[in-house]
Design a protein around this ligand. Structure first.
Ligand code: HEC
Length: 324
């Protein structure tokens, strides 16, 4: 009765453990960022799971073995008692003791004579023990391991060597960085866009301009169907924010289409930045730009604030203040 109670308790505990483990799997999976790392965490979770199950099975197996031994012993005892003799349980070494004996191959003190060498150093004797088998086993394992390692890494190239591993990690980081940059690029809108004259921005801006905008705004921004970009006059404002907004939403009723479905936000920033560099240039071919349209745009200097400049105290003014 007691026995079955204990068993039921353990089964319950094991079940709860199993359940909580299974429930944590999705949490594991969600913490991963990309699909590949998701897959990796899932794989690790499954491996850990398999390991735990294997250990559980081993424990249960050992438990069963001990129960069978107990039953056999009880059986023997009943038989001996039935014959009217006294039951003396023979002390069979346990499995652990047997294993220890095998692993150490130690000679008991009583049998030391058998391995004693005939050296005698002032009463100190030397025993000719074998190398401990556990130590030799480890050595064999390293040989096998070395062989497997050689095959896997150098013959079949199944796994990357350290240098390759490093390169892979660096490549992953590069891709991740690019993804992040692209994501940041896609966060650009007319409120947070900033003018940039970085070389890659200009190059990309020019490429887009030559491909998409030239037909209406002319190769050097002289203007054709659309207004020119070379003077200070803008119909919709000349800040990068105004320009970005016009490129993004267009002025469809006037013939300027909306580009947000064809260009990414960072592309629109690039081409917007690029056309701003036309301001103040003198186109050569055709020389006469389209006449000014809209209002003159005077850029606001970011550094200049509306506040009055604060007068720095000089040593003289400080002296005056102290004398007061
Ligand atoms: C089909 C012809 C056409 C194409 C192609 C075109 N535009 Fe325009 N664009 C126009 C017209 C027409 C206007 C004037 C809209 C108005 O009057 O409000 C304009 C106006 C603009 C303005 C506002 C100018 C101002 O003075 O405020 C900007 C900026 C602009 N375009 C940029 C671009 C860019 C960048 C491209 C290429 C991605 C492009 N446009 C392609 C026809 C075009």
């Amino acid at each position: 009765m007691l026995f079955s109670n204990i068993k039921a308790k353990w089964i319950k505990r094991a079940f709860i453990m199993f359940l909580s483990f299974v429930l944590t799997i999705p949490a594991f999976a969600q913490s991963g960022e990309s699909a590949s790392s998701n897959l990796e965490t899932m794989l690790i979770v499954v491996l850990i799971f398999v390991l735990i199950v294997a250990i559980l099975i081993l424990i249960i197996g050992l438990y069963l073995v001990s129960i069978i031994r107990m039953i056999l012993l009880e059986d023997k005892k009943q038989k001996v008692l039935a014959e009217g003799k006294e039951f003396v349980p023979e002390l069979e070494p346990s499995l652990w003791n047997k294993l220890m004996h095998k692993a150490t191959d130690s000679v008991s003190i009583e049998e030391e004579e058998t391995v004693m060498l005939d050296h005698d150093y002032d009463g100190i004797h030397e025993l000719d023990n074998h190398l401990p088998p556990w130590w030799k086993w480890l050595f064999y394992v390293t040989i096998i391991w070395g062989f497997i390692y050689y095959l896997v890494y150098h013959v079949f190239d199944a796994l990357p060597l350290m240098q390759e591993e490093y390169d892979i990690v660096m490549e992953d980081a590069r891709v991740a960085r690019e993804e992040m940059m692209a994501l940041e690029g896609n966060n650009i809108d007319e409120n947070n866009v900033e003018f940039s004259d970085a070389a890659d921005v200009m190059a990309n801006g020019k490429a887009i301009y030559d491909r998409e905008c030239v037909a209406c705004h002319a190769p050097e921004g002289q203007g054709l169907i659309g207004p020119n970009f070379t003077d200070k006059y803008w119909i919709h404002g000349g800040s990068i924010n105004d320009i970005f907004k016009i490129i993004k939403y267009g002025v469809p009723q006037k013939g300027m289409i909306s580009w947000q479905s064809k260009l990414t936000p960072s592309d629109m920033r690039d081409v917007g930045s690029f056309i701003m560099t036309f301001v103040g240039t003198t186109p050569q071919n055709p020389p006469a730009p389209k006449g000014p349209e809209g209002e003159e745009y005077i850029p606001v200097d970011q550094n200049q604030t509306s506040e009055e400049p604060v007068e720095q105290p000089t040593t003289d003014t400080l002296k005056v203040a102290m004398n007061k």
